[in-house]
Design a protein around this ligand. Structure first.
Ligand code: F6R
Length: 365
C-alpha cells in the first residue's frame, strides 16, 4: 500500500535511501570496504574486449551512466544501445564478450529479444533485474538483482538508482580484475559508494524548494534538461520522467550539443534545467549555461555548494544538493529530477501513478 504517501511514486522516491542501501549491502563488504559480488562471474574481465549494454527507457539511462563508469574505472570500451534497435540491426558482436541487459520488470519484450540475440552470438550475459523470477533473469547466464522491492508507480524511480548501484559495483569489480584500480582505489571508491544512501536521504530535503519550483514548471510548454559526462544521462532521465508524468514536452541534451540546434528554442519562456555537480566538466557546463543566460532562458541549476559558489551565471533557481564523490553524482541528482517531475505532475492534477498510454511492463515490441 501507499503508507502515508499520496502516490506510489512519492513512496518509491522516498524509499530510495533504504533500497539503495540494501542493494549496496548485497554487493559490498561494508566492513572491509571491498566489492563482494553475490556470486562468482563465469568469465574474467581481462578476456572481455567490449561490453554491450542494452535496455529500454529509464533502464537504458542507467546503462548510459554505467558506460562512463566502465570506461573510466575499468578501461573497457562500452557500447550502449536501446534494445529495440539492437535486436533488429544484426550488430556484429564478438563471441566471448559481455552483454549486460538492465530491466526492472525482467519482462520487457525488446530487452528479452536483445538478450536472446546476444546469447545466440556467444556472448556472456548478465541481467540486472528487479524481479528475480522474470523471464530475462531466467534466460541470462548471470543474474545480478537490484533490491528495490516491488515498484508499483509506472514511472521508474527506485529501480533506476538501484540499477546504478549494481552497475557501479560491477564497474569497480571489473577495474579491479583488470588492474586498472588498485586496492587503495577500491577502498576509496567503495567508501564513497557507502555514503550514497545517506546522501540520497539528505537530497530528499530539497523537496519544499522543488515543490515551489514545480508551480512554475507546470505553466511551461516545454522544458530542456542538459548535463555533461554522467550528468548527460541524468538529463535524459529527467526529461523522460517529466514527459511521462506531467505530459509537458521535455528534452535532455548533452550540454555541448546545445549550440548545435536546441539553443534555437531558448527564450524567456523556456526553463532549462542544468545538471552540474562540481566535477571535471563543470566549467564547460557553466559556459553552456552562459549561452542560455545570454538568450534570457530561465536556468534552474542543480549543483552542490561548491558549484553554486563558482557558477558565474544568474540562475532563476539554484538547487543545492549534498556533496558526493564526483563519480557517483547520478544517484543523487536522479532524486532531484524525480522530485521535479513528480511535483509538477501533482500541481497539474495528473494521474501520477498511472500516466495515460503507459504500462508498467511492456511485453509487446
Ligand atoms: C520510465 C519507465 C520506462 C521503463 C522501460 C523499461 O519511467 O518506466 O521507460 O524504464 O519501459 O522497463 P523495464 O526496466 O521493466 O525493462
Amino acid at each position: 500500500d501507499k503508507a502515508n504517501y499520496r502516490h506510489f511514486m512519492a513512496k518509491e522516491i522516498y524509499e530510495q535511501p533504504e533500497v539503495v542501501g540494501q542493494t549496496l549491502a548485497r554487493y559490498v563488504d561494508m566492513a572491509a570496504k571491498r566489492i563482494a559480488l553475490p556470486l562468482e562471474l563465469p568469465f574474467d574481465f581481462n578476456d572481455i574486449t567490449r561490453i554491450l549494454i542494452t535496455a529500454c527507457g529509464t533502464a537504458s539511462y542507467a546503462g548510459h551512466v554505467a558506460k562512463y563508469w566502465f570506461e573510466r574505472l575499468a578501461r573497457i570500451p562500452v557500447e550502449i544501445d536501446v534494445a529495440s534497435e539492437l535486436r533488429y540491426r544484426e550488430a556484429p558482436l564478438r563471441k566471448g564478450d559481455l552483454a549486460i541487459v538492465i530491466s526492472q520488470s525482467g519482462e520487457t519484450a525488446d530487452a528479452l529479444a536483445a538478450l536472446r540475440y546476444a546469447k545466440a552470438q556467444g556472448l556472456h550475459t548478465i541481467s540486472v533485474v528487479n524481479v528475480p523470477t522474470s523471464t530475462i533473469a531466467r534466460e541470462s547466464e548471470t543474474v545480478l538483482p537490484t533490491l528495490a522491492g516491488p515498484e508499483i508507480g509506472v514511472a521508474s524511480t527506485k529501480a533506476f538508482t538501484c540499477q546504478l548501484m549494481v552497475m557501479a559495483a560491477l564497474a569497480i569489480a571489473a577495474g579491479k580484475q583488470r588492474r586498472e584500480l588498485s586496492d587503495i582505489d577500491e577502498l576509496k571508491l567503495v567508501g564513497e559508494l557507502i555514503e550514497v544512501p545517506r546522501l540520497i536521504a539528505e537530497a530528499l530535503a530539497i523537496e519544499p524548494q522543488i515543490e515551489k519550483l514545480a508551480r512554475d514548471i507546470a505553466k511551461s510548454r516545454a522544458v530542456l534538461y542538459f548535463g555533461r559526462g554522467t550528468s548527460f544521462p541524468v538529463a535524459l532521465e529527467g526529461a523522460l520522467k517529466l514527459k511521462e508524468v506531467s505530459y509537458i514536452h521535455a528534452e535532455g541534451y548533452a550540454a555541448g550539443e546545445l549550440k548545435h540546434g536546441p539553443i534555437a528554442l531558448i527564450d524567456e519562456s523556456m526553463p532549462v534545467v542544468v545538471i552540474a555537480p562540481y566535477d571535471r566538466v563543470f566549467e564547460k557546463t557553466v559556459s553552456n549555461m552562459q549561452e542560455v543566460a545570454a538568450r534570457a532562458g530561465n536556468i534552474i541549476l542543480m549543483t552542490d555548494a561548491t558549484g553554486a559558489s563558482k557558477a558565474t551565471v544568474d540562475a532563476l533557481v539554484t538547487i543545492v544538493l549534498p556533496d558526493v564523490a564526483a563519480t557517483f553524482t547520478p544517484m543523487i541528482y536522479a532524486i532531484a529530477v524525480q522530485l521535479l517531475a513528480y511535483h509538477t505532475a501533482v500541481v497539474m492534477g495528473a494521474d501520477v501513478d498511472q500516466p495515460r498510454n503507459l504500462a508498467k511492463s511492456v511485453t509487446v515490441e
